[in-house]
Design a protein around this ligand. Structure first.
Ligand code: UD1
Length: 420
């Protein structure tokens, strides 16, 4: 168990390097078993979720060699077995559910324990299961497990009631080994979907249209051994950009892909933040000017990402004026608000919206990272709070930010990790 202690008030400066995207890396690791061969993944971040996903694959018989010095992950799935992954590991990681699509593609069968709900919302899996059923498989739920079986998967025309990221990924993977053509309509358009499609195609699959609302998969089993480098983490990049804004500092963010950050950058520019691209996925962010309040509504991509909502709540809590933040993706994603209020923020929740009245200053407090992005928001708040902020339950933050305190320290923050 760790906590992070931040002493607010330091100006940030210098350069921060963004890692590969957790949300791209996890499905790609799962999909790596689909070729029945060897996959080498590069620039893989050292994250708790990545370690758990690797353990899950090992529990299925894959051989994993993770060179953590250089972030190179070698996955050998030649001896993968048609067995059920460890319940204990699966329940640690909601994203582990994407192993279903990969296993189904490889063995025409997959069984996994039901992924639990999560604090940010109930997170059902109905769309994943409807998609599998449409591919002519039989879906059974019993004793807390989901089992999906098919004699042979068959291509289908699938309409998603909402553009679920995980369901799109699961169906896309399973459909690579289905006979004929599968079309996913109202598919998720996130950059991480495009990255998975690129990865599958590099292994020999035939996926087109990823990044649009209609994805077509022609049944063609991925079978090639490949090397692949996943995309940069747009949420980590967004978090550091917000750090510059909240601390009124100028920093360089390397590995920030403008194309993936459009909604976030548009909002920050609307607030008055100066952001310049100097090419090669590098942004210079200058937060030394005056910022104005804005309203935000989270939406599926290309809308404003729910995964940046908490960080913006922290930022807007110190921007004079009123901002209204509406969360439409998850039903319970304002848990950071009560922690920010402990630090002096003036925020009121009204149904799915938070009304933020910017205050002059926050004060350090003992707070709890209730989930991954909530934890990041509290560190951001701590960077400008008077005195010391202690963020507890740092394991949530470690799920998705690699060495967050080291990255902040390198650009001038007074921050340390304490082993409790
Ligand atoms: C992914 C991301 C997560 C991000 C989220 C939304 C990963 C590992 N995680 O999560 O960081 O916050 O996208 O951008 O990539 N839903 C259903 N039925 C389903 C599936 C989803 O109703 O079968 C609902 C969910 O409850 C939620 C919404 O759809 O309200 C979006 O969920 P989804 O896009 O599936 O998110 P995840 O893939 O779980």
């Amino acid at each position: 168990m760790y906590k992070i202690v931040v002493r607010g008030g330091n100006e940030l400066s210098g350069e921060v390097q963004i890692s590969s995207a957790k949300n791209a890396v996890l499905p790609i690791i799962a999909a790596s078993v689909m070729n029945g061969g060897i996959v080498v993944l590069k620039n893989i971040p050292l994250l708790e979720d990545v370690f758990i996903m690797c353990e899950i694959l090992e529990s299925l018989g894959a051989e994993i060699d993770f060179n953590t010095e250089i972030g190179e992950l070698r996955i050998d799935s030649r001896n993968l077995k048609d067995v059920d992954p460890s319940d204990k590991l699966v329940q640690k990681l909601r994203a582990s559910f994407v192993i279903m699509g990969a296993m189904l593609a490889r063995f025409n069968r997959a069984k996994i324990s039901f992924p639990g709900g999560c604090k940010i919302g109930s997170r059902p899996i109905d769309l994943h299961l409807k998609g599998f059923a449409a591919l002519d498989s039989v879906v059974e739920k019993y004793h807390g497990y989901v089992e999906v079986k098919a004699k042979e998967l068959k291509g289908s025309d699938i309409y998603l009631d909402s553009p679920s990221v995980g369901a799109t990924q699961n169906i896309m993977m399973a459909a690579t080994s289905a006979k004929g053509e599968t079309v996913i309509r109202n598919a998720a358009k996130e950059p991480e979907i495009v990255d998975l499609a690129n990865f599958l195609n590099a292994m020999g699959a035939d996926v087109s249209g990823a990044g649009t609302e209609t994805i077509t998969i022609r049944g063609k089993k991925p079978c090639m051994d490949i090397e692949y480098t996943p995309i940069y983490d747009r949420i980590e990049a967004g978090t550091f950009i917000v750090a510059a804004a909240i601390t009124k500092s100028k920093i360089t963010v390397k590995g920030a892909v403008e194309e993936h950050l459009k909604a976030v950058l548009a909002k920050l520019k609307e607030m008055g933040l100066k952001i310049d691209s100097i090419g090669e996925n590098t942004l210079i962010v200058d937060g030394r000017g005056t910022l104005i309040p804005v309203d935000i509504k989270t939406m599926p991509h290309p809308g404003f990402p729910t995964d940046m909502q908490a960080q913006f709540t922290a930022l807007l809590s110190v921007v004079p004026g009123t901002s209204i933040i509406t969360e439409t993706v998850f039903e319970n994603r304002f848990m950071h608000v009560s922690e920010l209020v402990k630090m002096g923020a003036n925020i009121k929740i009204d149904g799915r919206s938070a009304v933020v009245q910017g205050v002059d200053t926050l004060t350090g407090a003992n707070v709890v990272a209730t989930d991954l992005r909530a934890g990041a928001a509290l560190i951001l708040a701590g960077l400008i709070a008077e005195g010391e902020t202690t963020v507890n339950d740092v394991h949530h933050i470690d799920r998705g930010y690699m060495k967050i305190e080291e990255k902040f320290k390198k650009i001038g923050a007074d921050i340390k990790r304490i082993d409790v």
